[in-house]
Ligand binder design. Structure first.
Ligand code: ADP
Ligand code: MG
Length: 401
């Protein structure tokens, strides 16, 4: 892949496909991690004398303008982070975009409105996507792909646009891919994977592929209960995906055959109802039970103290760790202990530690850990999972050509 240094950018209009899909609450950005992550690429291009056009999606608007998904607040925050003013186009390829881009001097930057305000961005139809990509291409002289969180999407700005312009990979994607190689091709062992989150079905593909690569797989979070149920245990009213039980059993078998150690919770924290993650109302009926003795009317919401220790011991000697998915409902303090313990164990180990997944990255920050102490915190949950599943990511393939 060509890098920014291989592109001729001085005096050129350079289109940067970023992932500025940040969480918003009442129009306020609650976590600006993704904006900060792409800022160095933009700064590098500005210093090289480019006219930089930044573009991204935000949320899931339905192919037409929808004010709640406007990138306007992001333009302001991007300007603060870059330390320069960022002009904002109120459309993607219309009059405003054309005018703002035309007004750019060398070393100046503009942000286009949400790419998904145009149906062509996400269209399944190649011609429809291609037509939108043509319009985007007309705005620029070169393309830098740096929206790692969107790189698994076959979207116009990710997949079709780079084919139409001289292109290069941005520094953020280059770093993410180098990290993913250390989790797939050049792995230092022991390699321990911690998986949590709510749904097994989100992570089956990744488990499938990691069974041939990891030495240990630790399962926590909501997905653990499908494993416990597969082993014949009562899981009460915990999250359970019955349809995944055959798959899970097959994984447990294959793990045994491949010499991969599967580590499941031995105790769990339960309650009769899902905790209030907004008000943090105290959980009156909180209790810890053995993982094979979950009462029929209780829901497992976190790993228990013995499992925290077990997981920590399984992480202590690791040389490489990939962690995706909180191991409990960390959004409520009563059920954040397991996720805290995993984060602490990662920091404690001498391993190269990678945290993937939007909620996992947010958990690390919200629970007060210093994110710079981890080996890498990925900006793209879905993208890194698909890479680890062994899939070809359209946005990476497009940058290779
Ligand atoms: P990521 O975004 O890091 O990939 P996921 O989206 O897969 O993670 O899962 C995150 C969610 O999983 C969190 O909101 C957390 O509350 C939830 N979760 C974790 N453990 C449980 C559990 N035992 N029951 C229900 N939800 C859970
Ligand atoms: Mg998530």
């Amino acid at each position: 892949m060509k890098t920014i240094e291989d592109l001729d950018v001085a005096g050129k209009r350079v289109f940067v496909r970023a992932d500025l899909n940040v969480p918003l609450s009442d129009g306020r950005i609650t976590d600006d991690g993704r904006i900060r992550a792409v800022a160095p690429t933009i700064t590098k291009l500005l210093q090289a004398g480019a006219k930089v056009i930044v573009a991204s999606h935000l949320g899931r608007p339905k192919g037409e303008p929808d004010p709640q998904f406007s990138l306007a607040p992001v333009a302001l925050r991007l300007g603060e982070i870059l330390g320069t003013s960022v002009s904002f186009a109120t459309d993607t390829v219309g009059e405003s975009a054309k005018a703002t881009v035309a007004a750019l001097a060398d070393g100046e930057v503009t942000l286009l409105e949400n790419l998904r305000f145009n149906a062509g961005e996400t269209a399944k139809d190649d011609a429809e996507r291609g037509a939108f990509a043509d319009q985007l291409a007309a705005l620029a002289d070169a393309y830098v792909g740096d929206g790692f969180g969107a790189v698994h999407r076959k979207h116009a700005s990710v997949y079709d646009l780079p084919a139409r312009l001289p292109h290069a990979v941005g520094d953020l994607i280059a770093t993410e891919v180098a990290v993913l190689k250390r989790l797939t091709e050049e792995v230092e062992r022991p390699y321990v994977v911690v998986l949590g989150g709510s749904k097994v079905s989100d992570k089956v593909g990744v488990i499938d592929n990691l069974l041939g690569k990891a030495d240990r797989i630790l399962i926590g979070g909501g997905m653990a209960y499908t494993f416990l149920a597969a082993l014949g245990h009562e899981v009460g009213i915990s999250l359970l995906q019955k349809d995944q039980i055959p798959t899970v059993l097959e994984y447990l078998e294959r793990a045994k055959a491949n010499g991969v150690e599967f580590v499941l919770p031995v105790d769990v924290s339960v309650s009769a109802s899902f905790p209030d993650t907004k008000t943090h109302k105290p959980v009156e009926d909180f209790e810890v039970v053995d993982a094979d003795k979950i009462p029929a009317d209780k829901e497992g919401l976190d790993i228990g103290p013995r499992t925290r220790e077990l997981f920590a011991s399984k992480l202590a000697d690791a040389a490489t760790v990939f962690w995706n998915g909180p191991v409990g409902v960390f959004e409520h303090p009563t059920f954040a202990e397991g996720t805290k313990a995993v984060a602490a164990a990662l920091l404690e180990s001498n391993a190269f530690t990678v945290v993937g997944g939007g909620d996992s990255a947010a958990a690390v920050r919200i629970l007060g850990f210093d994110e710079t102490k981890f080996g890498h915190i990925s900006t793209g949950g879905g993208a890194s999972l698909e890479y680890l599943e062994g899939k070809t990511l359209p946005g990476l393939a497009a940058l290779e050509g």
